[in-house]
Design a protein. Structure first.
Length: 220
């Protein structure tokens, strides 16, 4: 039985188009050029942070986040950046009696924004900054398992990435759902792992209610 659903943040709940666009602006790079390089780095299996190095060698993301904040341009997202299916999907899953959580690689600032947006719609919000562990580190999913009041085999982790979400969540004994949106979900969708690893493959969070219900009815 799946009794709990835990969501990744970027490109699962939050459309990061605006955020990465502002990074392109900060670097002084045309947005379409930045986006093209971003996709190339992902397709090559490299860490997305290497995108910044391509345009500015020696770029330190943490330092530049601070510089942006000091310049009055901190990382920011709001209700308008949520994918259109988020609110209704959370309500439907809650109505089915599922425990809901949000856990992703996010800064403390982003965690504060998430709490403003999603309290009390979910039972827990955790970030890598909160926990001192970031995906795909197995410790991140140990933290998830520790805060969810159900066994790992009863948890569904929903994300857009094979490398950061599916592999480590499955290794932790959880079920997974891969959502096809954002750069990772789109680029990785047709890989063997994206086809074979997840419990569910979805195009919208709205599909989760029926998928989980049918899974639980079958008992596997």
């Amino acid at each position: 039985m799946i009794r709990a659903v835990v969501f990744d943040v970027g490109e699962c709940l939050v459309d990061e188009t605006r955020e990465y666009g502002t990074w392109a602006d900060w670097l002084g790079v045309p947005r379409h050029t930045f986006a093209a390089m971003f996709g190339a780095v992902i397709a090559q299996g490299r860490d997305y942070r290497e995108v910044f190095q391509e345009f500015r060698p020696g770029f330190d993301l943490a330092e530049q986040r601070q510089a942006r904040a000091e310049a009055g341009q901190p990382e920011y997202f709001d209700e308008s950046d949520l994918y259109p299916d988020v609110r209704d999907s959370l309500k439907a899953l809650r109505a089915d009696g599922l425990w809901l959580g949000i856990a992703g690689n996010q800064t403390s600032r982003a965690g504060g924004i998430l709490r403003t947006l999603f309290t009390p719609d979910v039972d827990l919000i955790g970030t890598s900054d909160d926990w001192g562990a970031s995906k795909p580190d197995p410790e991140f999913f140990v933290r998830v398992a520790n805060v969810v009041p159900h066994e790992p085999a009863e948890i569904l982790y929903v994300g857009d990435r094979v490398d950061n979400d599916l592999r480590p969540a499955i290794a932790a004994g959880m079920h997974t759902a891969l959502i096809r949106r954002g750069p990772w979900g789109t680029i990785q969708w047709n890989t063997a792992e994206a086809r074979d690893l997840p419990t569910f493959r979805i195009d919208s969070l709205a599909e989760l209610t029926d998928s989980i219900s049918k899974f639980n009815e079958r008992g596997h």
